[in-house]
Design a protein around this ligand. Structure first.
Ligand code: F0G
Length: 471
């Protein structure tokens, strides 16, 4: 929404400001670098922002994962860590908190999200089965493939169009899903993999109406429905703001209702839970729980800690309770939307509507002269760092990787650079600096020449690939 319009709306008292429901007690100094230092740092990093040293970064928008600021309550909770190998007090507190807010009966803790993805993929996918879902996520799809599954995208078409302003671009296309089930037979479907919000589509939410209909469709064919709950609190806020009948419901109640339509979930606690490490998988089914609880001891740790310290589980339990407060989530997403409004005012192409955890710059339109195999999103992230020391992340052809069958690059429709906002970390003034930096590289966009990949690891290449500038 243009700033002018917002101002007018503000005058009419339609839109109130979103100040944070906290004040600052401790600060962490950050360093500004010179252009020469940045030139050297990004070259040393092979033009991949994942390979930069954090000490060389000014404003770090690489990810919202594990980058949250914990509250004084959470830090106090760390001192209550019960570091017993088995049966830690903090595990039972976490179990109770997840049951209360996410509804699932059985909890298996893991060291982070992908630990949980590993367990559920191995337990619930048989060789040759299909896993339909609302757009891929990098680690999720890889674990599904490594378990013998084939991910099939059944998200609505609108999700692939950065300019389409559908309010729930994370929705599953029920017709696409039903056709897939009918063509292959229900026994060929491992489960439906539903993420709320959808990271790769721009942090876009799924509506309550969609998950309800999905539940019915899954019941009709006897297919399980599992949720990637990583940013499900943020998803619930969008339901409150956009979906008919939910405006007066607390986010906590919306979260519970949504989860109640699914059979289980996996979680990267590093996002919504406001902690720096941890995850879990939780299900209702006894047999599946039994398998997960048995597997966790092989890969993560005993089933009452799963790779987390007791203190981590305590901080997570407190973080869950803080994260479902309406005033918290309103300020969190309010800050993301503020940055989105600044960029929109300057006509910088970003994914619309603005999602929950990040601004996704549309690198295809930003660098309209660069074809996808010159890595426009990667180029944008490198240019932004060079301009101002701000670190962003590629979410385009590099992240999409290669097709395991053909070995060719996958060319996703969305070629995006993600400016991810950590929770409770930066101020509105930092957002102003970010917007100005993006504007500055946008003004110089014609000069960008693109990159070539000179080193490519086999798995999740975006993390470690190296590039060189094209002449
Ligand atoms: N699912 C989603 C939707 C995610 O965004 C992530 C991580 C994971 C699962 C895996 O969790 O990192 O704890 O192992 N996303 C991070 C990001 C890395 O930057 O978007 P993890």
């Amino acid at each position: 929404m243009p700033q002018k319009q917002l101002k007018t709306m503000g005058q009419q008292q339609k839109r109130r400001s979103w100040a944070e429901p906290w004040k600052i007690k401790m600060v962490e100094p950050i360093k500004m670098t010179t252009p020469e230092e940045r030139k050297k740092a990004i070259a040393d990093a092979g033009y991949n922002t994942f390979l930069l040293k954090s000490a060389d970064v000014y404003i770090d928008l690489l990810t919202d994962s594990g980058t949250s600021a914990m509250s004084d309550r959470q830090w106090a909770g760390m001192m209550l860590g019960d570091e017993a190998y088995a049966g830690s007090v903090n595990f039972y507190r976490l179990e109770k908190t997840v049951q209360e807010h996410y509804t699932y009966k059985h909890l298996v803790p893991t060291h982070q999200g992908r630990g949980a993805e590993h367990l559920i993929s191995q337990a619930a996918i048989k060789e040759g089965q299909i896993v339909p879902g609302n757009m891929y996520f990098t680690t999720t799809r890889l674990h599904q493939e490594m378990a013998g599954g084939k991910f099939v995208d059944v998200i609505i078409d609108e999700a692939h169009d950065p300019q389409n302003t559908h309010p729930f671009k994370g929705n599953i296309d029920l017709q696409k899903l039903e056709d897939l089930i009918k063509t292959n037979g229900a026994e060929k479907i491992a489960y439906v993999s539903l993420a709320g919000t959808v990271n790769m589509a721009g942090g876009q939410p799924v509506s309550m109406e969609n998950v309800k209909a999905l539940r019915q469709l899954c019941d009709k064919y006897g297919v399980k429905l599992y949720l990637d709950a990583t940013r499900m609190v943020e998803n619930s806020y969008f339901i409150q703001q956009r979906e008919k009948g939910y405006a007066d419901k607390p986010v906590a109640a919306i979260l519970k209702e949504f989860c109640s339509y699914t059979d289980g979930a996996w979680m990267s606690g590093k996002k919504d839970h406001l902690v720096n490490i941890g995850g879990w998988v939780a299900v209702n089914d006894e047999d599946l729980f039994d398998q997960l609880r048995n597997m966790v001891v092989i890969y993560e740790g005993l089933h009452t800690y799963g790779g987390m310290a007791g203190r981590d589980m305590e901080a997570m339990a407190i973080g869950i309770e803080e994260s479902v407060q309406d005033d918290y989530i309103r300020a969190r997403i309010g800050q993301v939307q503020y940055l989105g409004e600044l960029l929109t005012n300057w006509n910088i192409p970003i994914v619309q509507p603005v999602g929950g955890h990040a601004i996704f710059v549309d690198a295809k339109r930003f660098y309209a002269h660069l074809p996808q195999d010159k890595f426009p999103s990667q180029t944008l992230a490198a240019e932004l760092y060079l301009d101002s020391g701000i670190r962003a992340m590629e979410r385009g052809v590099v992240s999409a990787g290669r097709d395991p069958e053909t070995g060719n690059h996958r060319y996703p429709k969305l070629e995006l650079t993600r400016l991810t906002i950590p929770r409770r970390v930066y101020t509105e003034a930092h957002m102003d600096v970010v917007a100005e930096a993006v504007k500055s590289i946008y003004d110089n966009r014609k000069k960008a020449k693109g990159l070539k990949m000179v080193y490519e690891p086999k798995y999740l290449r975006f993390f470690q690939a190296r590039f060189e500038p094209l002449a």
